[in-house]
Design a protein around this ligand. Structure first.
Ligand code: GCO
Length: 451
């Protein structure tokens, strides 16, 4: 058994989480730079100021990726590194970094998959209202154009935005992520609408200007409810729960993906949010709904639900003492079966798992190596579930492990280690974990290794 021909095996990271060089070579401030200065927000006062120092060590990092045999690397670009003010003057040195990075990846036979926005929003634009300002859609389109004009002669795969559920929900409603706001729900929906508009305009710019034919997607959170049994009523309940609007929060697939793919907000949300809906101007839904080439999705875990006799559903409480990662997130491999399956059924776009992985209690063992058998077992289980989804008809094009290397895990700082590569931060030394060697064999066998 193996995976489809042309299936892409990769790993991912994001600019603020690995680059460091937060105040170098003309980079502007991002909302995450500011968040890290706010006492009490980040574990132990950690910051992304240095992170993995990838800005200076990208050459070594690309060589390590090649050693693992990665076919693709999903990276993100720091908007304020390229446009310190968010719009207007270009920071040529910042742009040149990404130019070199792309060349270095290609030299190592690694396809770059570029995410335009993975949360490090320009602080200068935040001061002009950020996502609450309707102009943010045009600001994002302008930034997209700068990147496309520079890199699209070599980059084929583009992801507009990573997880709007988090940078809008956790960033503007819960206050846990940058910019740390706790807004009313009407403002949250307004910010969400503008970020959807930004997605649509960005796709238009990529299609119009890319020098080689682009493949475009987004990478939302994948909420993948798991049925408690294989009975049709439980499967239907899980499907319904996967797409239902469950409350006045952003934990929804449909609120973000339906506009992008169907050009309309889901009916249940329109009803529930009737009093808080943003201004939706004529033509907005058309702008948001641009043809996409794949459905990128980040899946880590999810809840199990079962049908109720009255037609509704309920969450099935997990066992006592469930398997947990150090986040602590529950280990639920079936999420990588049902998530791709339900999302593919509804949106009919090829699936790419743009993030999946786990935080583990990794350290350097007495033999100088980093042994992470939990991660190998975790990934094996999830990949088997993903493979089963494909065997059952889901069209899927790739899989990216989060993360290629340990990095700054947002509010958790450096407490959580998700990498295939261990980073000894004080020494800035990298060590391939056992899982990296294992993944090398998975890639070389096109997945046969997991069975
Ligand atoms: C997210 C982001 C990543 C995280 C990863 C682990 O999903 O939150 O895309 O930046 O680091 O998911 O939490």
């Amino acid at each position: 058994m193996s995976f489809p021909n042309n299936f892409v095996w990769g790993a991912a990271a994001a600019s603020y989480q690995i680059e460091g060089a937060a105040y170098e070579e003309g980079k502007g401030l991002s909302v995450w730079d500011m968040m890290c200065k706010t006492p009490g927000k980040i574990w132990e006062g950690n910051t992304g100021d240095v992170a993995c120092d990838h800005y200076h060590r990208y050459d070594e990092d690309a060589r390590l990726m090649q050693e693992i045999g990665l076919q693709a690397y999903r990276l993100s670009i720091s908007w304020p590194r390229v446009l310190p003010g968010g719009t207007g003057a270009i920071n040529e040195k910042g742009l040149a970094f990404y130019d070199r990075l792309i060349d270095t990846l290609l030299k190592n036979n690694i396809q770059p998959w570029v995410t335009l926005f993975h949360w490090d929003y320009p602080y200068a634009l935040y001061c002009r209202g950020g996502w609450l300002n309707r102009d943010s859609a045009d600001w994002f389109a302008e930034y997209t154009q700068v990147i496309i004009d520079k890199l699209s002669d070599r980059v084929l795969h583009w992801i507009t935005q990573n997880e709007p559920q988090c940078y809008i929900g956790l960033g503007h409603q819960a206050g846990e992520h940058a910019p740390g706001l706790k807004l009313g729900f009407a403002e949250v929906l307004r910010a969400a609408h503008h970020s959807l508009l930004a997605h649509g305009k960005s796709v238009q710019v990529i299609r119009a200007r890319a020098k080689i034919k682009p493949a475009i997607g987004a990478a939302p959170v994948g909420i993948a409810k798991i049925p408690a049994s294989n009975q049709p009523e439980d499967i239907n309940a899980a499907r319904a729960a996967t797409f239902a609007i469950s409350g006045k929060n952003c934990w929804s697939n449909a609120w973000f993906a339906d506009p992008m793919i169907f050009g309309k907000y889901p009916e249940d949300g329109l009803k529930l949010f009737a009093a808080e809906l943003p201004e939706i101007r004529d033509g907005d839904m058309k702008t948001i709904c641009q043809p996409l080439d794949f459905y990128g999705v980040n899946i880590y875990f999810d809840e199990t639900v079962r049908a109720r006799s009255n037609g509704g559903y309920e969450v099935v409480k997990s066992q006592i003492g469930p398997p947990l990662t150090t986040m602590p997130w529950e280990v639920t491999p079936e999420a990588l079966y049902w998530g791709p399956k339900f999302l593919f059924e509804r949106y009919q776009l090829p699936i790419v798992v743009t993030e999946n992985g786990m935080a583990n209690c990794d350290w350097i063992h007495l033999d100088g190596k980093v042994h992470d058998p939990q991660r190998i077992d975790f990934l094996t289980r999830y990949l088997r579930a993903y493979h089963r989804a494909m065997a059952d008809g889901v069209v899927a094009q790739g899989y990216f492990i989060w993360s290629v290397m340990d990095n700054f895990e947002w509010g958790h700082g450096y407490k959580q280690r998700f990498g295939l590569i261990y980073v000894d931060y004080p020494a800035q030394k990298r060590i391939l974990k056992d899982s990296a060697y294992w993944y090398k064999e998975v890639i070389a066998s096109n997945g046969a290794k997991i069975f």
